[in-house]
Design a protein around this ligand. Structure first.
Ligand code: FES
Ligand code: FES
Length: 156
């Protein structure tokens, strides 16, 4: 068996499925449709989830590679009472969401960045998003949202 913890819940899959992508498991088995299937070849970042806190493109991550890992998807980010994570709230407040297709991957990338580097430089910020494409926003609102979340998280 392959065991993964997804948003705090243990999930088990037959070892025969080891070559399936984590994206397929999340979307088709667990109905976690917040993780988007953009390109399916690792080029757009829409499928980004956190694996043990690190952003990973789930479309090119085989299930076998995440055996025993903790997976966080966008559905697992808000609190039990529905309160949004500061990064989610900042994306809304900064107008960083347009069509929303890239947004779950962008938000999870931002969460991982701010947890490991609470005060990134502009260069570090842009580098963190190098695997995440957005066709709508031009990126500036996304970077503004990360800066807004950063300020709010420091104040806490
Ligand atoms: S869907 Fe995975 S990188 Fe595009
Ligand atoms: S908001 Fe549409 S792709 Fe980013």
């Amino acid at each position: 068996m392959i065991n993964i913890e997804v948003n705090g819940i243990l999930q088990s899959f037959s070892a025969e499925r080891e070559k399936e992508s984590l994206l397929t498991i999340l979307r088709e088995d667990l109905a976690l449709h917040g993780t988007k299937n953009g390109c399916g070849i690792g080029a757009c970042g829409a499928c980004t989830v956190l694996v043990d806190g690190v952003p990973r493109r789930s479309c090119v991550t085989k299930l076998a590679k995440v055996d025993g890992c903790q997976i966080l998807t966008i559905e697992g980010l808000e609190q039990a009472d529905g309160t949004l994570h500061p990064v989610q709230q900042a994306f809304m407040d900064a107008g960083a969401v347009q069509c929303g297709f890239c947004t779950p991957g962008m938000i999870l990338t931002a969460v991982a960045l701010l947890e490991t580097n609470p005060q990134p430089t502009d260069q570090e910020l842009r580098r963190a998003f190098r695997h995440n494409l957005c066709r709508c926003t031009g990126y500036e609102q996304i970077f503004e949202a990360v800066r807004l979340a950063q300020k709010r998280m420091v104040k806490k």
